[in-house]
Design a protein around this ligand. Sequence first.
Ligand SMILES: N[C@@H](CCC(=O)N[C@@H](CS)C(=O)NCC(=O)O)C(=O)O
Length: 202
Amino acid sequence: MAAIKLYDFASSPNCQRVKVVLAEKKLPFETVPVDLRQGDQKKADFLKLNPYGKVPVIVDGTTVLYESCIINEYLEEKYPEPALMPKDRAKRAKVRILIDYGLAHLDSAYQKLRQEATKKEPEKNPEALESAKNEVKGLLQRFEREIGDQQYLAGEFTLADADLIPRFLRLEGFGVLPDSSLPRLSAYVQRIKERPSVKAIL
Ligand SMILES: N[C@@H](CCC(=O)N[C@@H](CS)C(=O)NCC(=O)O)C(=O)O
């Protein structure tokens, strides 16, 4: 079986979530670097693979796919062992709700925070940054409740953990996590960082 090709930019969170799943499933893959700073993702050859002009893209035999969460669903279906989705249909739906919450529902607050956190000095605005952090922390309470006394977001390690860990790592970088108002989520992020699949993207 030819190795899966991953068109990758090392620090891209969207690529990282695919790398976590490839590693969890121990699937051999080769990375094809795409230099986003040079605009490689907008070149004609790359646009043939992904008309959106973004990474990640995977090529698995004759299958070419983009959109990181969709790639991960494909990998789960095609390479079902070890399973990263629950057997129960309703629980699988719940995993997808968590992913949607963390990536889509939380996104506008996350983007606001990212904008504030990455401003350079004289534009920096400490009040606006604090307020953006607090808004995200409020939304993260959902995960605090979901984790409860479980190890991972949906009990066992699932696609929810793989898909959301790059975002939680960014939130650490922005100083939102760890936080005393989010003790379970903070401990969870430390715990998940011990998994070899996550260590590999740190
Ligand atoms: N929804 C897409 C987003 C992909 C995405 O935004 N990739 C970024 C890197 S993290 C990218 O390629 N940006 C380059 C650009 O937009 O030109 C996914 O989940 O794969």
